[in-house]
Design a protein around this ligand. Sequence first.
Ligand code: MN
Length: 234
Amino acid sequence: MKPIIGITSDIDENGETFLKADYSRAILRAGGLPVVLPAGLEDIEEICSRIDGLLLTGGEDVNPLLFGEEPKRELGKIAPERDEMEIALAKCAIGKDMPVIGICRGHQILNVALGGTIYQHIYSDLEGPLLQHKQQADRNYPTHTVVVEEGSRLSTYVDGNEVLVNSLHHQAVHDIPKPLVVTARAKDGIIEALESKEHKFVMSVQWHPEALSNRGDETSLRLFEGLVEASKQQ
Ligand code: MN
């Protein structure tokens, strides 16, 4: 049987649940069975007991109150209902050693769920010149390089120690809690990937592999195959 991968979704201003189709496509392509989970706090435990893997998706900024900060002027739109649901689900999944992948906002949510913090706006929170992390190019195209840590799970999906990624963020992870470790950085030092060495498959990326995999990007395809493969053992 194909493993069921729960994919978190968003609510728009009309109150409608939505999700970019690329996430489900990426899971289908990798051999998993995608199930879209609406934001809301009902039945988290039961959802968590029925899925085999979890994909935390991209979206709005994370509510800074969740990591002990007041909102700065540069903070974008937040989604408190989604934050709560995703953090509860991430904690439950990690507690069961379920495979989890965090993408963009999901990478930040994973960090906050485990006790980490976020730069609310990298261009005012950090000194020095930074790269363009909110690319002007279409999201299917990679625009900056990341340097990958040797020995990481991520490195097994990359040819060499660098990979080109797309970039659609103005926030970034800041303090990294145990058991997460940094596995990739952009050339300006921004943390672009995390993983846990203490779990079967817990990893996150700041970029959008679901969009890159539309163009056959090998690293992105391997990332989703890795998640689905690990979820088969759940
Ligand atoms: Mn970036």
